[in-house]
Design a protein around this ligand. Structure first.
Ligand SMILES: [Zn+2]
Length: 159
């Protein structure tokens, strides 16, 4: 069971698991959501122009730069990124789904490799992104942005 705990977190509410999970195990499916083209701080991005809302308990998944779950928007499921103990707070890496976030914030996760400003994958280097599980639409968008930058550079050099 996943439960919502209020207070005791810099972000307000948080999602706690009452049972342990092994790495790779599915925690839950993402179901009964609505698709929207409008990103808000409560949506999860599933494609270049598609976001989902009304996520139930998953709306309480906080961000961490050392996350213990993966939100896989192709499989529409949440998986354990590593072994998780009962009582742990569940977190995922927001830029793994979000290209450009509606409400950027400063991360307080305390991880050694904390990215500090959580604003979306658009603002992270390929090096940083490569440390994490990143959904396909974000990989596509990062690649497109990189190609555009290279093209721009080439045009400038030639002219
Ligand atoms: Zn962090």
């Amino acid at each position: 069971m996943l439960r919502i705990e209020t207070g005791g977190s810099p972000y307000g509410a948080r999602l706690i698991t009452d049972q342990p999970y092994k790495q790779g195990e599915m925690l839950c499916r993402i179901e009964n959501y609505k698709v929207t083209d409008q990103a808000t701080y409560q949506t999860v991005q599933i494609g270049p122009h598609a976001h989902i809302e009304e996520l139930g308990v998953l709306a309480y998944l906080n961000h961490s730069c050392q996350p213990n779950v993966i939100v896989d928007t192709r499989a529409m499921a949440v998986y354990a990124a590593r072994d998780i103990a009962a009582g742990e707070e569940l977190t995922f890496f927001y830029p793994s789904t979000e290209w450009e976030m509606d409400r950027p914030f400063i991360c307080l996760c305390g991880a050694a490799q904390c990215i500090r400003l959580v604003a979306g994958a658009k603002y992270l280097s390929i090096d940083t992104l490569s440390r994490y599980f990143i959904n396909q639409h974000i990989r596509d968008m990062a690649l497109a942005a990189l190609e555009q930058a290279v093209q721009h550079e080439t045009t400038r050099t030639v002219s």
